[in-house]
Design a protein around this ligand. Structure first.
Ligand code: ZN
Length: 59
C-alpha cells in the first residue's frame, strides 16, 4: 500500500509532504528533504521514530 507523510506533523510549520509506493521509498524522500531543507545530514533516532508514527496509508 502507498504511504504518505506530511513533514508538518513533525516539524512545525513545514509544508512539505510526500507519498511513495512503500515505506522504504518514502524514507528516502524524507531523508533527502531533511538534508536539503532542514540541514539534517543524519536523522536522529528519535526523529525517525516520530516520523514513523506519522506515516499514513495513502489511498
Ligand atoms: Zn520539512
Amino acid at each position: 500500500m502507498a504511504k504518505k507523510f506530511a513533514c508538518g506533523d513533525v516539524v512545525n510549520g513545514c509544508k512539505w509532504s510526500a507519498t511513495a509506493s512503500d515505506e522504504g521509498e518514502l524514507f528516502q524522500k524524507i531523508s533527502e528533504h531533511a538534508k536539503n531543507d532542514h540541514n539534517m545530514t543524519a536523522i536522529p533516532d528519535e526523529i525517525i521514530q516520530k516520523v514513523k508514527s506519522k506515516i499514513q496509508d495513502s489511498p
